[in-house]
Design a protein around this ligand. Structure first.
Ligand SMILES: CC(C)(COP(=O)(O)OP(=O)(O)OC[C@H]1O[C@@H](n2cnc3c(N)ncnc32)[C@H](O)[C@@H]1OP(=O)(O)O)[C@@H](O)C(=O)NCCC(=O)NCCS
Length: 181
């Protein structure tokens, strides 16, 4: 997933009940594009997003009928899913919505037979900067993702999440042979 940069924001969705977090469908594509359009420096690609929601378990957070968060991706290998993009509406950040979306996405990925997730964050995208990437990287670290590759001075990081981690923890308990990390 790319470094998605959002600034500003608007009121409204921040108030009221907690957003509903659920699987995304093709009907959510305009809402996802709208959220990209109101702050994301990337151009929304409706065709790509539609392909993703049809091919992989993607997740949206909705409030008052509006998409206020999303994550979408597509298969990277038959058992590995690549997250391509994630955004939480600026006015709802640091309220736990990103955590809920990623947890739902990971649960659904497991349920669909994926065993690992891969993504990236880069400040080389238009409008990117180390400062803007720092928050997203802290978020992925907090969600248990592991950095496996860093280019240049950290321009781009490739991150992964092993969805078999819980099974590995069980293996450690039973075999006493910790897995190298
Ligand atoms: C990254 C993003 C999706 C996080 O969503 P969020 O809803 O704000 O995340 P959460 O509230 O669930 O945060 C969970 C934890 O992650 C960490 N975290 C999240 N944002 C952070 C930030 N800007 N700086 C430092 N740590 C951060 C914190 O530990 C946070 O827990 P805390 O608030 O109790 O300290 C959101 O900031 C966003 O949309 N950013 C712009 C788009 C983007 O960069 N997407 C990712 C592309 S790779």
């Amino acid at each position: 997933m790319d470094a998605v940069l959002m600034e500003g924001g608007r009121g409204g969705a921040a108030e009221g009940a907690a957003p509903v977090v659920r699987l995304a469908g093709p009907a959510d594509v305009p809402g996802i594009c709208a959220l990209i359009g109101r702050g994301n420096r990337r151009r929304a690609e409706p065709g790509e997003i539609r392909r993703c929601v049809l091919r992989a378990p993607c997740v949206v957070g909705c409030s008052g009928g509006e998409v206020v968060g999303f994550i979408y991706g597509e298969p990277f290998a038959p058992d590995v899913l690549e997250w391509r993009n994630m955004v939480v509406a600026p006015e709802l950040r640091r309220s736990g919505l990103g955590t809920r979306i990623v947890e739902k996405g990971e649960m659904e990925a497991r349920r669909h037979g994926y065993r690992a997730l891969v993504g990236s964050n880069s400040w080389l995208h238009a409008g990117g900067s180390p400062g803007r990437s720092a928050g997203a990287r802290a978020f992925w670290h907090r969600m248990g993702w592991r950095e496996v590759l860093r280019t240049g001075a950290g321009d781009t990081v490739v991150i992964v999440k092993d969805l078999d981690q819980r099974r590995d923890a069980g293996d450690r308990r039973t075999s006493g042979r910790p897995r190298a990390t």
